[in-house]
Design a binder for this molecule. Structure first.
Ligand code: ATP
Length: 218
């Protein structure tokens, strides 16, 4: 993706405190179409807080976040209705997004390998399958930007690999993906690793894109 393409996300000078605990102190991030950004940092560094602010579910004390286009957000804790089945969740979210049909939802069920749970209530799903539903709902309306807070927690290995295939497919269509990750071994998948230290993001070495330069614009 050319470095001068219009960003899908731009966060400037984001500050956030919980009481006296100052968590974010001027975090900045810019994400371009097709980019895959990993947010890393110690436990408690403020990664989830940052993602909530980027997603608009938490207000910053100060700073600015601008988004271009539709957003998909997968929070760490699935926000599901225990009494509704997987299929009912798809219907509910498809209606909220005014989608014409459940085609994409069914495709994601198949891609993530949990079609057999379509008629199971969310409250009866395993943790990993609940997470698959969480991810499906974030992806349902085919957003341009995805914010994923440790999206593969509880995934078995095959699903984990399918998840990354899905991310590559999204990137191939110009979608940008921001993922909070703890897994050191997967960090060479990212274009940019944004390390959250002392409330600010700084670029960390990530694997160079094959045959080309890498654009680090944190
Ligand atoms: N609602 C809240 N009220 C008070 N303090 C909070 C709240 N949410 C988070 N914190 C505190 O803010 C800090 C950052 O939390 P956050 O969950 O954003 O970190 P994180 O980097 O995502 O952590 P982890 O890697 O453990 O998931 C922590 O010290 C946490 O205890």
């Amino acid at each position: 993706m050319p470095v001068d393409s219009e960003p899908l996300l731009r966060a400037r000078e984001v500050h956030k405190s919980y009481g006296k605990r100052s968590v974010l102190r001027g975090a900045e991030l810019t994400v371009a179409p097709g980019e895959l950004v990993g947010v890393v940092g110690e436990n408690g560094a403020g990664k989830s807080t940052l993602l909530k602010i980027l997603a608009g579910t938490l207000a910053p004390d100060r700073g600015e976040v601008s988004l271009a286009g539709a957003l998909g957000y997968c929070p760490q804790e699935p926000v599901l209705n225990a009494a509704l089945t997987v299929e009912q969740h798809l219907r509910y979210f498809a209606a909220a997004h005014r989608l014409p049909d459940l085609g994409r939802g069914r495709e994601l069920l198949s891609l993530l390998g949990y079609e057999r749970y379509a008629d199971t209530a969310a409250g009866e799903l395993s943790g990993g399958t609940r997470q698959k539903l969480n991810l499906t709902l974030a992806l349902l309306h085919d957003p341009g930007l995805l914010l994923l807070d440790e999206p593969y927690q509880g995934f078995d290995w095959e699903t984990y690999l399918r998840f990354w295939d899905l991310v590559e497919e999204l990137r191939g269509r110009g979608k940008a993906v921001v993922v909070i990750t703890h897994l050191v071994f997967e960090q060479d998948r990212f274009d940019v690793l944004a390390d959250l230290v002392d409330g600010r993001l700084s670029p960390r070495e990530a694997a160079p894109a094959e045959g080309g330069e890498r654009h680090v614009r944190v």
